[in-house]
Design a protein around this ligand. Structure first.
Ligand SMILES: [Ca+2]
Ligand SMILES: [Ca+2]
Length: 298
């Protein structure tokens, strides 16, 4: 995206430059764009370092929304202002887990996806479109294996935006919808390819919690959310303290839940002079080790 912006700036400048017939003017402006890009990366480093430090210092047994890492962080520097927001990815379901390493469908994940799509009223055929997009074979599991302009990827999903390429994933399916004053989330607020596959019951939305088990209805999911606002879950067995959650439910969902998170996407908005930039980075946390996986500038 930045390359595109740089080139469109060059495009505009070229017109001006031709008029001025001044090649050095054009060159200086190109360089200043590149320097600005480097400056943004440099400025972002300060923000990313701050989030990394917060995550490193967070050594308790759980990750919850009332903790420091989850708070929006405004940062004022001499030349720029930043707004930083970290979002743990274990609050979402990972679509890549629908397909096992051997290429077969993971039936347990399929059941979770079927429940999730039912509660947010998204066409369940899209689940099979996702499966066929990921699975290595080219025969259909009930979804769309090939598209008119491009074949299915037959590999893991890398970004949540990739889901927009799939048949049936409309703007509304992706972004969610507002109906009769009530909001239903779309895929971008339910799924993440960066999650380790275990849903954090301290951060997951009620819709994702409802996907975990058929006995977790809306009332029970809301009870979980209300409970953790007063007292975060420090152990998955603490769920039994929520009225209505039986030990049978805990036994069934145990392999798919956790009370902590491992992957964090950090969104940084940078105001530099007249311009606004968005930088996204993926931090992976294991114990005291916090590693930056990638960084993207928009
Ligand atoms: Ca924590
Ligand atoms: Ca396939």
């Amino acid at each position: 995206m930045i390359v595109f912006i740089v080139f469109s700036i060059i495009g505009i400048l070229t017109v001006m430059v031709t008029d001025l017939a001044d090649e050095s003017y054009f060159f200086d402006n190109y360089v200043s764009s590149t320097i600005e890009q480097e400056q943004i990366f440099y400025i972002s480093d300060a923000g990313i370092k701050a989030v990394k430090r917060i995550l490193k210092e967070d050594q308790n047994s759980y990750d919850a929304l009332n903790e420091a890492w989850s708070q929006q962080m405004p940062v004022q520097l001499d030349e720029a202002s930043l707004v930083i927001q970290a979002v743990d990815q274990e609050r979402y379901l990972n679509p890549n887990f629908l397909v096992k390493e051997n290429g077969e469908i993971d039936e347990k994940y399929l059941e979770m996806f079927q429940r999730l799509f039912a509660v947010v009223r998204i066409d369940p055929v899209i689940i099979y479109n996702i499966i066929d997009w990921i699975d290595p074979d080219t025969s259909t599991s009930g979804g769309e294996e090939d598209y008119v302009d491009f074949p299915a990827k037959n590999d893991k999903i890398d970004t949540v935006e990739e889901l927009k390429l799939l048949r049936g994933v409309t703007q509304e399916v992706f972004n969610g919808k507002e109906e009769l004053g009530s909001y239903t989330p779309g895929l971008k607020d339910l799924l993440s390819p960066y999650s380790n596959g275990k849903v954090n019951i301290n951060t997951a939305s009620k819709w994702v919690l409802m996907a975990l088990d058929e006995e977790i209805d809306e009332g029970l999911a809301e009870a979980i959310v209300a409970f953790r606002q007063k007292e975060p879950f420090t152990n998955i067995n603490d769920l039994v303290k929520v009225g209505g959650i039986t030990s049978d439910i805990i036994y069934r969902i145990k392999p798919f839940i956790d009370v902590k998170s491992e992957n964090f996407i950090v969104y940084i908005t940078i105001n530099l002079g007249e311009r606004k930039y968005k930088l996204t980075t993926h931090l992976n946390k294991r114990g005291r080790l916090v590693k930056e996986m990638w960084r993207k500038l928009y």
